[in-house]
Design a protein around this ligand. Structure first.
Ligand SMILES: [Zn+2]
Length: 479
């Protein structure tokens, strides 16, 4: 199947919802008058609803990496770049476990990038370059401007194409075939490439976003050049360049343009990015034991941490600990060390030690989701359900689409044996985790079950009914 990368560029803005748990979701049928000029509230709500639908579809159909430590690094980058635009707040950032170089932005504030994109970059600024370029296509509405055939297409149809293209673009192209309809496939073939002018504009605007967000625009030109060097040795073109053709002319223009910005240092150190990159190699199974060990034996911190993560993943806790001990000598205060240490000790069932390994770091950085969720994991294993719930809730109330958060809440609730509402809570949390993973039918079943059990508790019953209504109505959206 032809592999295609896609950025859709409809420009609506979406409001970051700070919905709390179950009870503040706005029913989608809610009728609000339009604001004069600009995009109406109904459009904004609709835009967000569709963006979230795409988010659920991708969760359901692409192989994703759910690793808070990794996700949050790129979420920060995405938020910084998106805040340079009028596109509103992010819906989310998803990391697709796929060695191909690919990344795409979706209107409404969603970004997905492949692990291959991370591992082929040399620093965070290069990732920022690709992200800035993609966001620029969306911000400049290149999609709707360029394609005659798409005029009159509904946002829903476009969303369907986004999902279809994302599926088709994964290494396992067959998965896409099952979902993608013939018309969509045909549209994709014809429609999804940008003109030279649009590429130039996305480079130019993307560099402005980078510069304003504190990333070095030179990195966009660097990445183009290094990709050009490596793809010239390949018999195929990676996805990204199919839809964003890279010509010599475009490369030299990008370099010239980057030089016009005031010089700015690369945003994070080579070492810090190497840690991210090697960790990504390990958790996406893109690297062999030998390859990890070559780097680790040089006492390179990225290599020793990767080796620890590698053996942890295999359940070889002794070897994981050996490499972690070496990492501690090299860089004692790194967050990933605390996370890996707690995970190794959890694996060995040393719960008190696991708690000690993570708690002091988490207290210094309570806003850090990766540390908080690791601590919550430990607390759940220690049967301290209430403490765990409190920590997780502070994140889930800020981002109710956080599947990892809902899964942890479900585990915590099931440990809370004294609570008469235990089963109802477990079912409600399970429903949310299923819902945001794209299993809408199962989510509704879980909630219906919770509703039956909660029928004598008026307040719980009302919350559940309201949530159910929203889920049932959003399920009607077909993409
Ligand atoms: Zn492009």
């Amino acid at each position: 199947m032809k592999r295609i990368l896609l950025t859709i560029s409809l420009c609506f803005s979406t409001a970051w919802s700070s919905a709390e748990g179950f009870h503040t979701f706005t029913p989608s049928q809610f009728v609000v008058p339009e604001i004069g000029g600009g995009v109406g509230i109904i459009d904004q709500q609709r835009e967000k609803m569709i963006g979230e639908k795409v988010y659920r579809q991708i969760q359901n159909q692409l192989p994703l990496i759910h690793d808070p430590w990794l996700e949050d690094h790129f979420m920060v980058l995405f938020s910084q770049l998106l805040s340079q635009t009028q596109l509103g707040q992010p819906i989310g950032l998803l990391i697709v476990s796929d060695p191909q170089i690919n990344a795409f932005a979706v209107p409404g504030g969603l970004f997905a990038l492949n692990t291959g994109m991370i591992t082929s970059a040399r620093n965070m600024d290069e990732v920022a370059g690709v992200m800035g370029h993609e966001i620029a296509h969306v911000a400049q509405r290149h999609y709707s401007r360029s394609k005659e055939a798409f005029k009159g297409q509904s946002l829903l149809a476009l969303a369907g194409i986004i999902v279809g293209a994302a599926l088709a673009a994964t290494s396992d192209g067959d998965a896409g075939g099952a979902v993608m309809l013939g018309t969509q496939a045909a549209l994709m073939d014809k429609q999804l490439s940008y003109s030279r002018d649009q590429e130039r504009e996305a480079d130019r605007i993307g560099m402005q976003f980078m510069d304003r967000a504190g990333y070095n625009p030179q990195a966009m030109a660097d990445f183009f050049e290094s990709m050009n060097r490596s793809t010239s040795q390949l018999s195929f073109l990676p996805d990204f360049w199919l839809t964003h053709p890279l010509t010599t002319e475009r490369m030299s223009e990008a370099r010239l343009r980057a030089k016009q910005f005031p010089p700015i240092p690369y945003s994070n150190t080579r070492q810090e990015f190497a840690i991210l990159k090697w960790y990504t190699y390990v958790i996406s199974d893109q690297v062999s034991e030998e390859q990890v060990l070559v780097l680790a034996k040089q006492k390179n911190i990225a290599g020793t941490l990767a080796a620890s993560a590698f053996y942890l993943k295999r359940g070889d806790y002794d070897k994981a600990q050996q490499w972690l001990d070496i990492s501690k000598e090299l860089k004692p205060s790194h967050n990933l060390i605390s996370i890996l240490q707690a995970s190794i000790l959890l694996g060995q069932n040393k719960l008190d030690d696991a708690y000690q390994a993570i708690v002091s770091k988490q207290r210094i950085m309570p806003e850090n989701r990766a540390l908080a969720y690791k601590l919550a994991e430990v607390l759940i294993r220690q049967n301290k359900a209430k403490d765990a719930e409190k920590i997780i809730n502070s994140f889930v109330t800020k981002n109710y689409r956080d599947v990892t958060g809902w899964q942890l809440l479900q585990q915590a609730a099931s440990m809370d044996k004294q609570n008469p509402m235990r089963t109802v809570n477990v079912l409600r949390y399970r429903a949310e985790s299923q819902y945001w993973s794209g299993q809408e039918e199962n989510a509704i079943k879980s909630l219906l079950h919770a509703q039956r059990l909660a029928k004598n508790n008026e307040s719980a019953s009302t919350k559940i009914s309201e949530r159910l209504k929203v889920m049932q109505s959003e399920r009607q959206l077909r993409i």
